[in-house]
Ligand binder design. Structure first.
Ligand code: CO
Length: 158
């Protein structure tokens, strides 16, 4: 773990936004959470550029992101090859400001894997290398903002 420098504070995070589960079959997983837990589950969405189909199980305090790979030769496809029945893939922590959280992560030696980039919701997010976080892949995502929020607008225009 890196030492924070004097002018770098800790990474500002709030609640858990979601926990992501890789599953071999998304439709089966959607039915599973609807039927066995009476949970509200979103419709499935295809994210072609990430080679996944996803849906969100909406719980009171957080969501479970269900991810089915569309190809074996993709990060989730390779993860599922190692965990054929499915497996916990990452957790997502919400932050107020992804750009500041990214700078702080660098300064704290948390090895961000990418600069903040827009995710499915259009909010900026990045991942931390699991070797920097006790083996847990951590996604850090900017919390939802009102569309007229100035920082959000600025970010979208970049
Ligand atoms: Co996620």
């Amino acid at each position: 773990m890196g030492e924070g420098t004097e002018d770098s504070g800790p990474v500002g995070v709030g609640s858990i936004d979601h926990v992501a589960l890789a599953v071999p079959d998304l439709d089966t997983a959607i039915s599973f959470f609807r039927d066995r837990f009476a949970a509200e589950v979103s419709e499935a969405v295809t994210l072609a550029e990430q080679s996944i189909r996803i849906a969100f199980v909406r719980l009171a305090n957080a969501e479970i992101e269900l991810m089915e790979p569309l190809s074996r030769d993709s990060p989730i496809g390779r993860f599922l090859a190692r965990n054929p029945a499915g497996g916990l893939h990452h957790i997502c922590l919400a932050t107020d400001d992804a750009s500041s959280a990214h700078s702080a992560s660098l300064a704290q030696g948390l090895r961000p894997l990418n600069p903040p980039r827009p995710g499915y919701h259009g909010r900026p997010l990045f991942f931390l290398h699991p070797k920097a976080t006790f083996g847990m892949l951590v996604e850090i995502e900017e919390a939802e903002r009102e569309p007229d929020d100035a920082r959000y607008q600025n970010w979208r225009e970049r």
